[in-house]
Design a protein around this ligand. Structure first.
Ligand code: SAM
Length: 283
């Protein structure tokens, strides 16, 4: 029984890593990163940190923007994903990317990066995972120099998105379960709505905030597979643990998602990714 549980946990972690690698390679997400870099004027030779980079994060587009004369640090506290990120970077021969295995709370001088080392900090899907996103944002802000930027991409916790025609009604149920799991774990599914307030607490000046939506019909089925079916598998143990649904109800939703991947859609709007940019005041 213990072996079975351990095996399931290993598979669950594998699915999550593969999901994150595909998320990182998704052309829409790559474009979001590059557009954010253009908005803050990040350029060749600059230094940027991807906080909570996971197995690939934004490392590749960031490395492209800063080029071989620049520097990208990918920081993550999870050793599985750090090993994968190191493989990704080595395979591509990206000497300008360094992967650091540490919690942001312990990251800094001892790793060779005192506060203020970076021109910009990027984080995607990291703040919503935090118990104290205000403290996390303060630590993120500390990594950038005066005049430097913080960029966050966080999903809005709105159960009305994604939308499909014909509809996939199970998505709003799943988003409810997902947000509730995070809440029960003390995390912050509503963080995308709080960013302006958090910015003030972190001493940052908000520059822009906008919602990004993928409306490309060709993305619809992939979205259901990744953000429906695969994410449901990742969250299944938590959904059961918090009594949000039974195993049969989860299986019924998985069956609905599987069926929905065979449909040809006339209309699709992804969930809303909030892009938030703030600047650290010049001293
Ligand atoms: C949902 S994943 C997102 C990964 C990546 N940003 C992406 O978009 O694919 C969140 C990642 O943040 C990392 N993380 C969360 N809190 C962290 C902290 N305090 N210090 C370092 N890494 C952290 C987790 O280990 C995890 O790999």
């Amino acid at each position: 029984m213990i072996t079975q549980t351990a095996n399931f946990e290993r598979i669950r972690r594998l699915i999550q890593c593969q999901r994150l690698i595909r998320l990182a390679q998704n052309p829409t997400n790559v474009r979001y990163v590059k557009e954010a870099c253009a908005r803050i004027g990040l350029k060749a030779g600059d230094r940027v940190i991807d906080i909570g980079c996971g197995p690939a994060g934004a490392l590749l587009p960031l490395a492209e923007v800063v080029g071989p004369s620049g520097m990208v640090v990918g920081l993550d506290r999870n050793d599985d994903v750090v090993n994968l990120a190191r493989q990704v970077v080595t395979q591509r021969g990206l000497d300008q990317v360094k992967i650091v295995h540490a919690d942001l709370d312990e990251f800094g001088e001892q790793h060779g990066y005192p506060d203020g080392s970076f021109d910009a900090a990027y984080c995607r899907l990291v703040l919503f995972n935090q118990r104290d996103p205000a403290a996390m944002l303060q630590r993120i802000a500390a990594t950038v120099r005066p005049g430097g930027y913080v960029v966050a991409h966080e999903v809005l916790d709105d159960p009305d998105y994604p939308r499909f025609e014909p509809p996939v009604p199970g998505f709003s149920k799943f988003r409810h379960w997902f947000n509730e799991c995070l809440r029960q774990q003390g995390r912050s599914p509503g963080v995308a709505r709080m960013l302006s307030t958090l910015a003030e607490e972190a001493g940052l000046r908000e520059i822009s905030r906008q919602g990004l939506i993928d409306a490309n019909l060709a993305s619809a089925v992939d979205f259901i597979q990744e953000q429906g079916l695969n994410l449901l598998l990742v969250f299944k143990p938590s959904i059961l643990l918090y009594g949000l649904a039974t195993a049969d109800e989860i299986e019924a939703l998985a069956a609905e998602f599987r069926k929905a991947t065979a449909v040809s859609y006339k209309f699709f709007l992804s969930w809303i990714m909030v892009e938030w940019i703030a600047q650290k005041p010049e001293q």
